[in-house]
Design a protein around this ligand. Structure first.
Ligand SMILES: Nc1ncnc2c1ncn2[C@@H]1O[C@H](COP(=O)(O)OP(=O)(O)OP(=O)(O)O)[C@@H](O)[C@H]1O
Ligand SMILES: [Mg+2]
Length: 241
């Protein structure tokens, strides 16, 4: 698995301590995600979607099994090694945006580049370019509370792209947005996937958003119970399947 540069995980089983009991949040899962895929993870609340995303993002470790990122076994890496892998290879987008409230949009985008020690002038230039790419050139100096929810999520996407990661992991990125704004955010992710070949794994409850994905996986009780590969590309997120 993943010997040729693919990315995925193999039979990983993180356990969660819940009210004194151990539960398998994910079990018997064997998943390979190809470079350039746009994968949607669906399933009821508590089915393990966030747990799976956190495993893929090296934020959580499996209690058994292995996780590979770009052919690299990350299961046994140290915390420092994992944070270096996260910084360079993975961009995260969250439902509640998670922007730093005291910083401007541009500064929020610059932050991950500080971790990777990008020089200041270059950071500024790249933040401006990325904010332009998500349609926010005119909002660079605004703080998050001066931006709409959709604009905040655009900043979060620009921030996720700061170190040009090959992988974006998004946990319900449209969960706090109205349908139209959510559609715009998915449009940005889709464009990124198509034009830059960025691998995207997105958790969503919304079938209309999931339809943009090249593959949909449905989780239940920590297992994949259904997989659907997209045959034809929909013309819009809101067209019929
Ligand atoms: N920190 C934690 N401690 C203990 N149990 C947890 C923890 N986080 C999640 N769980 C449990 O692990 C299982 C999977 O949770 P997970 O958050 O992955 O579900 P989810 O599919 O993302 O749900 P949602 O759609 O509500 O976000 C659930 O049974 C949940 O209660
Ligand atoms: Mg979740």
């Amino acid at each position: 698995m993943n010997r040729d540069g693919g990315w995925g995980r193999n039979h990983a089983e993180p356990q969660r301590a819940k009210k004194g009991n151990r539960i398998n949040a994910i079990s018997e899962l064997d998943l390979r995600i190809e470079k350039g895929e746009f994968l949607a993870l669906l399933g009821p609340s508590g089915s393990g979607k966030t747990t799976l995303l956190n495993l893929l993002g090296c934020l959580d470790r499996p209690t058994s099994g292995r996780v590979f990122v770009d052919a690299m076994d990350v299961s046994e890496k140290s915390e420092n090694e994992l944070s270096a892998i996260r910084a360079r290879k993975i961009g995260f987008v969250f439902q509640s945006f998670n922007l730093m409230p005291m910083y401007s949009a541009a500064e929020n985008v610059e932050l991950p580049m500080m971790t990777t020690r990008v020089p200041r002038a270059q950071r500024r230039q790249r933040a401006a370019k990325l904010l332009g790419r998500v349609g926010l050139s005119g909002r660079m100096q605004h703080r998050p509370d001066e931006l709409s929810a959709g604009e905040q999520q655009r900043v979060a996407i620009a921030r996720a792209l700061a170190n040009n990661p090959p992988i974006i992991l998004a946990d319900e990125p449209t969960g706090n947005l109205d349908t139209r704004t959510g559609g715009e955010i998915i449009g940005i992710l889709r464009k990124l996937n198509r034009e830059s070949g960025t691998t995207i794994v997105m958790v969503t409850h919304d079938e209309r958003m999931a339809r943009y994905a090249t593959r949909r996986l449905y989780l239940k009780d920590g297992c994949i119970v259904r997989a659907i590969k997209r045959a034809a590309k929909p013309s819009s997120a809101f067209s019929s399947p």
